[in-house]
Design a protein around this ligand. Sequence first.
Ligand SMILES: [Zn+2]
Length: 363
Amino acid sequence: MEVNRTQQIELNPNNKQSTLMGQHAGYARVAFNFALSSFKVGLDDDEWRTYVDIKREFNGVKYDKFHWCSDLSQNASKNAIHNFGDAVTRWKKGQNNFPVYKRRDGKCSYQADNGAGTVDVHKNRINLPKIGWVRMREELRYTGEISKVVISKRNGKWFASILVRCDSNTYKHQPPLFDDKEPMGIDVGINTLATCSNGDTYDNPRPLKRFERKLARANRSLSRKIKGSQNWHKAKAVLSGVHYRIACIREDAHHQSTTKIVRKASAIGIETLNISGLLKNRKLAKALSDSALSRFLTMLKYKAERRGIPITEADQFFASSKTCSRCGDKKDDLTLSDRTYHCSECGLDIDRDLNAAINLCPA
Ligand SMILES: [Zn+2]
């Protein structure tokens, strides 16, 4: 069976390549906006223009209107018009709003492939049309046909998002890294990111807490600037830099812990988090959105799925924290501040999260 996998890799382009990528992104934006305005003109004339019509129109005028585009890869404009067509289709189905013009200071990205394997990847380099071999910060993890490559810029850094069509068996035949695989229950929380029923714990980096002052300072600095001014743009870049750092730290911690867990588990039991309900509790909301627990669980689920590890989600109303993991007695007066579970029935004294994890462990 074939599956699609995407890997996002940071690029390490030289100045010339970086400029060229920016030009391609600009070209994609111009083509998208051309398609949108042509489509709108069509609508005014009661004429439904398909993306094929628009592409033909664009190709007829592009070398006159946008003479600079002859040095660039035409994949950028072709894919942009395709994407516009998809956006219209989704809009017709009621799945998203009517497309809007892309702004110069908006998202900087373009799709580089032509859908027929023009993009080669060799070790830690990628060959982009009209740009050449660009260095990547890491190697592509998957083997198979590369079916889509999207180049984008975020916080001054370039990334390639590479979609690979690969054989799903690649994952199933991975050699077991631990011989003593065992069923595992996992309790997720704010204080400790994950507590496993075998006693392993993974800490939450809580980056927001660490970066709170930096974030506050960046926010304050932005609010003092005149909107749209050069200094405002600078302050905005600083702020998004702090946000980006936070996201990276969080993402990294989640990847490390979920990978460690799926390497050790033969089956996984988790609880169904009612995150939106929890977020209504204002005191918890900040800490919770910081640890991004739902993202953690999503990651754990897909990693388990890819390795064929069964994952069971406990019923939303299953009281994993309030039930004694030894005798099954239920303690209704347990509060969030009780860090230790003490059972009055059988005398068990156990860490609260560990108790919950054992209860979640699949039989
Ligand atoms: Zn008990």
